[in-house]
Write a protein that binds this ligand. Structure first.
Ligand SMILES: [Zn+2]
Length: 280
């Protein structure tokens, strides 16, 4: 008898464990958040992983990525994620995509997955990922850390679980759709910056402050909500915000709008959603 999941089963039962084993996750962004998410989901016993990232590890990542070290600098991040999964659970199926989210290979992986977890740096990428997941009819979990201002008076992160009817990062006002679209169109972003005189994306360029423990808290919140939801212990909270400066996790009481283009109108309607427009 394989007892590796014995302590899981004591929490959420054999059926809960079987549900995790039957699920394939698409994780988009194998970085400071994504390595934690991949590691924990492999330990939980998820059965399949599609890992998407176009970047290679660099030395500035070594303060916070788990499961990697200095010898891995230069290696594709998606491959490192695959190595993390295989080292923990050789039975898991792993697909690595060393390419952009905005690629047909990544879109196919999202369509084949049961749930999509975005651990991304920019709101432009989040908008793409949310739309592709919705069009594919997949639950979507958006994970982000946030350290606002140079003197770090506010720091933490948030997770958003967009299951059917729960709203999404766009209709809940968590990302600014117009700014996200501008990020996807470099020419428009440059024009906008010329008008306003400052780069609007300065806090969302992926090179802001980032530390391992804050990433770990936020990634753990996300994985816990996914685990509770899939094993049937309770429904995921749609929005949780970690406020590190307060030492608090806040539960949003806001209700989502009844209708939203991004999460209800195009949900499960791949052709009508026209997400191929995002392909690069
Ligand atoms: Zn929505």
């Amino acid at each position: 008898v394989d007892t590796r999941f014995d302590r899981n089963v004591r929490f959420f039962g054999r059926e809960g464990q079987e549900r995790l084993t039957a699920r394939t996750l698409a994780v988009v962004g194998i970085g400071g958040l994504g390595t934690h998410v991949v590691q924990q989901c492999a330990l939980l016993g998820f059965g399949g992983f599609s890992l998407i990232d176009h970047e290679r590890l660099d030395t500035t990542n070594l303060n916070r990525y788990v499961g990697v070290g200095p010898d891995d600098v230069g290696v594709q991040k998606a491959e490192l994620g695959g190595r993390i999964v295989r080292a923990i659970n050789p039975a898991a199926k792993v697909l690595t995509i060393n390419g952009r989210l905005q690629s047909s290979a990544a879109f196919a992986a999202i369509r084949a997955a049961d749930l999509v977890i975005a651990c991304l740096d920019t709101d432009g990428a989040r908008l793409v990922c949310a739309d592709v997941a919705a069009a594919a009819g997949k639950p979507y979990v958006d994970v982000a850390t946030d350290i606002v201002s140079e003197d770090a008076i506010r720091y933490g992160g948030r997770i958003v679980c967009s299951f059917l009817g729960d709203g999404c990062i766009i209709c809940r006002g968590i990302i600014d759709r117009d700014a996200a679209r501008n990020e996807l169109d470099p020419a428009a972003a440059l024009a906008r910056n010329a008008i306003y005189g400052v780069p609007r994306a300065v806090m969302h360029d992926g090179i802001g402050p980032a530390v391992v423990s804050i990433n770990g808290v936020v990634a753990s919140l996300a994985v816990t909500e996914i685990m509770l939801h899939i094993t049937g212990i309770r429904a995921a909270r749609p929005v949780l915000t970690y406020r590190g400066e307060l030492g608090s996790v806040l539960v949003s009481k806001d209700t989502a709008p009844a209708r939203c283009y991004h999460c209800s109108d195009i949900f499960g309607r791949w052709v009508e959603a026209g997400v191929d427009k995002y392909l690069m």
